[in-house]
Design a protein around this ligand. Sequence first.
Ligand code: A2P
Length: 333
Amino acid sequence: MKNDKEFDVKITLPAVGLGTWGGRSVDEVADAVLCALKLGYRHIDTAWIYTFAEEATGQALRKWLGARTHEDASASFSKEQADSSAETPSRKDLIIATKLWTTFMAPEHVLLGVEQSLARLGLSYLDLLYVHWPILKPFSGAETHPVDEIIQPRFATNIELADTWRLMEALVDQGKVRLLGLCNVTVAMIGEILAVARIKPAVVQVEMHPYLPQDDLVEFCARHGIAVVAYSPLGSPGSIFKDDTTPVLLRDPVVTAIAAKHAVEPAQILLSWSIQRGIKVIPKSTNPARLLTNLHPDVPLDADDLARLATLGIKHVRYFDPNKLFGVNLFQE
Ligand code: A2P
């Protein structure tokens, strides 16, 4: 077990990491994570609530960390591509991020939730631990409540985010976690935690893409030295929460026109847009070719491109809308 003194907490998140939400099976997600690691991804983002994704990530990590060669690299990408990112696999080069689900937010359950995540991942420490949906104000006691209550927490509670945070800080002291983060928060909530935190949030993760640019949050985090990770940077095309009326970001005429101008894929435009703003992205893919494209989006967007993409913010689309997910307008928009 590492202790906190061994950690270099001034880590820099890579521009592109891998999201693991929404895979169809353990094998599919494990293959995607392993493929991503071989291609050079070093930041893997998962969560306790993503059903089997932590377990799948653990399987892939064991294979990758045990691997000494790239002989078993996926046939779907070339040996040269795998070799170009080849290095001796090492746990210390990775940023493994997971998220504490709402039912573990009571101080007496924080350790339980993290130990479950560590066991599924097969790790002795986490690089980054987020509170997943603190805005939900959960009740506690995952082990004693039915699954539907775990997934759809109640809203009345006396749990304060600051109390959860104190326990997360203790996990950093104990060497179980390197960095702490907040997901699905507003600027006001980040401010509340900054006011009481002994260990400040290193990372904030929110849904972010040209339909939801979150300029205020980006500016606030930059001012406080907090890294921002964008989830659904492609507009979550595979999301089960969409309906026929939900605009499809990858097919937006502005995005496809800019992609045509640069002769690249629309996904590259969206990822480059985030990266040029200093935002880290975690696109999810189980497809080896798309994993490779996403790792190197590399499109130099010019002022005209950026001005056109800025017009999309007016649509204000949340693909992970708490109103649709939980029936409450938690972001008060
Ligand atoms: P797949 O896993 O088949 O590649 P987000 O990260 O915004 O939630 O988007 C994830 C979704 O986007 C998944 O359905 C994924 O499908 C798809 N996707 C990932 N990369 C690309 C890409 N480069 N082009 C188009 N779709 C992509």
